[in-house]
Design a protein around this ligand. Structure first.
Ligand code: ADP
Ligand code: MG
Length: 709
């Protein structure tokens, strides 16, 4: 059979076969190219020569193939220290090996198994049998099962170590790759134009792939371990270049010319209306963002803008005024938010501002009674409603707009790219404004928002008092509650946030329903206390939120349904119980629920007693700074980029080789190269067109790319 090519099914790769192929497919390895991009996570130095047991001398680094006779675990005098002791042999004599605390080895290294040991030999006298201390090891197949000579692949060199994939052991995986890479046939042309590779000084793709798997003799291993060998760099650029092209193509496709119907200008009548609607003077940042948008509304291209600003910076009013420009011309505005609580609040607030001026605002959520929702959808479809505020229901319930001019997505980090697109599809050529209060680490901004233009609100509205942040332990709660009571006596209000709705075994005292019972009968007995969480009926929730906003409740006990958006300027205390259970960015958001009025406010983060050093360190970041960017970066640093939940929440793209956190400067550079590539004639050459086709294949769905090249 001809050697496997990059696009061939892995099934046909020697050593794989249908069963292993099926297990590989489960983890996304289907084609030969996928296999090649499964890089080692570690490299072991196994250059030490293979020796027979009898030849092992004290102090030497060596490799030995042995058969296990027995493994036992020996306690030591130190309570937490145990020693795993292996006895075995090869044809020339006995060998021993010992490890500290690796108890699982007892199950792995059963009598009769063949295993290869790498490490330093301990053998103080020739009469003693040689012993490996804490050696690295690798299981060997039964004798004769491995056809090729192991030396040169698995030992006698710097050896790649892989995660176990499918049914393949790390050793089998190495064997298969080694054989596959004996010819260049398996390596495809990749996604980097030759000119770019040359400019960046990168090796050929085949050489890159071969060297990241099997570092050549004399390689500075540090570079490989840091993923910075020339080969690694090439593969990282390959991946980022393709992604950057996707971002740029999306921008290009979206910034199409708009129809004349969607050109919105600002005249004196509108200026006058805005003046009458505005409840306060805009900050310079707000004014600048609006001026930029007004320019874009007038221009011939559609707007794709991100409004970024920390909690409380006043993004809502910017969206409302931008919306007025649009409705002034008879088009409609959709505002989509992630929670019903927030939708209800925006609806109430925007209606209060605009109703007196004859502008109709409707609410669309799935919690609404069917008849009301239908009525709202009808007004949306007929154009009778100018502002439509809603949750995901806006895209799920098939809301049809009469003429959507502006789509606003608030708290956009809670939405995926697909949802953004779904909303835009409700109106041809609509402008887009997405807003986020969770600043993401700067290193990720490009990957997430590279297809948007950005406006930032850096200043907070005037008159804000800084928020005091306190860390407290559970036993200090009485003092915390006293603070709440004192604020209530002064006519101020407080939030108490709990992590769960119902208590769980793992977190006693964390359920908001039980806490509500306890607190409203105990420390807050003489206060007016309300309860909201996601499972409370929409009607009831709306009533409670309304009461709290109107000042008819002193304390609101809630889950994180109030995390985003909720705006009650009279609230001055935010207490978060079991604070160690929350992400820092989330706590920062919660803290942003207070400090919105002119009174000094306090956020109290209460942990379980003795929260532990990491938790304390993490929370201390919140005491030190109110800079959302820094908090997001610290959060990510402490939790690590491997926190898949976090990345999914942000909708980060997934890469195979590249790492958004560690390799962000590569992305910057790749984007410059991608821009140059698109601008030059190179993208129209044959190879250029091939690369553009790859972009669509890999990123077309994420970026909604439709046009050819
Ligand atoms: P966020 O950016 O977190 O969404 P909001 O839009 O909810 O912030 O605004 C926070 C609070 O600040 C609201 O009470 C809002 O009315 C108020 N606010 C916004 N802009 C100004 C301003 N220019 N002057 C005074 N108060 C403002
Ligand atoms: Mg907001």
């Amino acid at each position: 059979m001809a050697a496997a090519g990059p696009d061939d099914d892995v099934r046909y790769v020697p050593g794989v076969g249908p069963k292993r192929a099926a297990s590989l497919a489960e983890i996304g390895i289907r084609r030969v190219d996928d296999l090649l991009l499964r890089l080692p996570f570690r490299y072991d130095d196994r250059r030490a020569a293979e020796r027979s047991a009898a030849d092992l001398r004290h102090g030497m680094e060596a490799t030995a193939d042995i058969v296990v006779e027995s493994v036992r675990v020996r306690p030591t005098r130190r309570p937490r220290l145990r020693i795993v002791e292996l006895r075995g042999h090869d044809a020339s004599g006995p060998v021993r090996a010992t490890w500290f605390n690796q108890i699982h080895l007892q199950r792995l290294l059963t009598p009769g198994r063949r295993v290869q040991l790498f490490g330093r030999v301990h053998r103080p006298g020739p009469w003693q049998s040689p012993e490996f201390r804490n050696p690295r090891y690798e299981l060997l197949p039964a004798k004769g099962a491995e056809s090729e000579d192991a030396a040169g692949v698995h030992s006698g060199r710097i050896v790649p170590i892989y995660e176990r994939v499918g049914l393949l052991s790390p050793r089998q995986f190495r064997q298969i790759l080694h054989r596959l890479l004996e010819s260049d046939a398996a390596v495809g042309p990749g996604s980097l134009p030759a000119s770019v590779a040359a400019r960046l000084g990168l090796p050929e793709r085949a050489e890159a792939i071969r060297s990241v798997h099997f570092p050549p003799e004399g390689s500075p291993l540090g570079e490989w371990r840091r993923r910075r060998s020339p080969g690694h760099q090439r593969l990282i650029y390959e991946e980022f270049f393709l992604f950057a092209l996707g971002l740029l193509l999306r921008r290009r496709e979206e910034r199409t010319g708009r129809s004349g119907a969607h050109t919105f200008t600002v005249d004196d009548r509108l200026r006058d209306l805005v003046r009458r609607v505005l409840p306060f003077r805009l900050t310079p940042g707000q004014r600048k963002a609006l001026a930029t948008m007004a320019r874009e509304f007038r221009s011939e291209f559609v707007m794709r803008r991100l409004l970024q600003g920390d909690v409380g910076s006043g993004k809502t009013i910017v969206a409302v005024i931008a919306g007025l420009i649009v409705t002034h011309h008879g088009a409609q505005v959709a505002i989509m938010v992630p929670t019903e609580v927030l939708a209800e609040q925006h609806y109430a607030g925007i209606r209060r501002l605009l109703r007196p001026h004859g502008i109709r605002v409707v609410l669309v959520t799935s919690g609404l009674p069917a008849a009301e929702r239908r009525a709202a959808l009808r007004l949306t479809g007929s154009g009778g409603a100018q502002f439509v505020v809603g949750t995901h229901a806006l895209i799920q319930e098939g809301a049809k707009f009469h003429d959507l001019g502006l789509a606003v997505i608030d708290e956009q980090h809670r939405f995926g790219v697909a949802q953004r697109r779904a909303l835009l599809e409700r109106g041809g050529g609509a402008d887009l404004l997405v807003m986020t209060a969770t600043p993401i680490p700067r290193t990720l901004t490009l990957a997430l928002h590279g297809d948007l233009d950005v406006s930032e609100l850096r200043d907070l509205p005037p008159g804000r008092q800084p928020i005091r942040t306190l860390l407290r332990e559970w036993r200090e709660l009485p003092e915390v509650y006293e603070r709440v009571r004192a604020e209530a006596r002064r006519g101020r209000q407080a939030f108490i946030v709990c992590p769960l709705i119902e208590e769980s075994e793992h977190m006693p005292g964390a359920g908001v329903e039980i806490r509500y019972q306890e607190l409203s009968r105990g420390p807050f007995r003489d206060l007016r206390v309300g309860l909201v969480h996601g499972r409370i009926h929409a009607r009831e929730r709306e009533r409670v939120m309304g009461d709290f906003t109107a000042g008819n409740l002193d304390v609101l006990i809630a889950t994180t349904v109030i995390e985003v958006g909720v705006d009650v300027p009279n609230a001055t205390v935010m207490v978060v119980e079991h604070a160690e259970r929350f992400g820092l960015a989330q706590l920062h958001q919660l803290r942003g629920r207070v400090g919105r009025g002119e009174d000094p406010s306090t956020a109290v983060f209460v942990t379980g007693d003795r929260p532990g050093e990491t938790a304390r360190q993490r929370l201390a970041v919140l005491e030190q700074t109110t800079d959302g960017f820094r908090i997001a970066e610290e959060d990510l640093r402490i939790r690590g980029p491997g926190d898949f939940r976090g990345t999914r929440q942000w909708g980060l793209p997934m890469f195979r080789v590249a790492d958004l956190m560690e390799d962000s400067d590569f992305l910057q550079r790749a984007r410059e190269e991608a821009r140059a590539f698109l601008a030059s004639g190179e993208s129209r050459t044959r190879d250029g067109r091939r690369i553009l086709a790859l972009v669509r294949e890999r990123w077309g769905e994420r970026f909604g790319l439709t046009e050819a090249g």
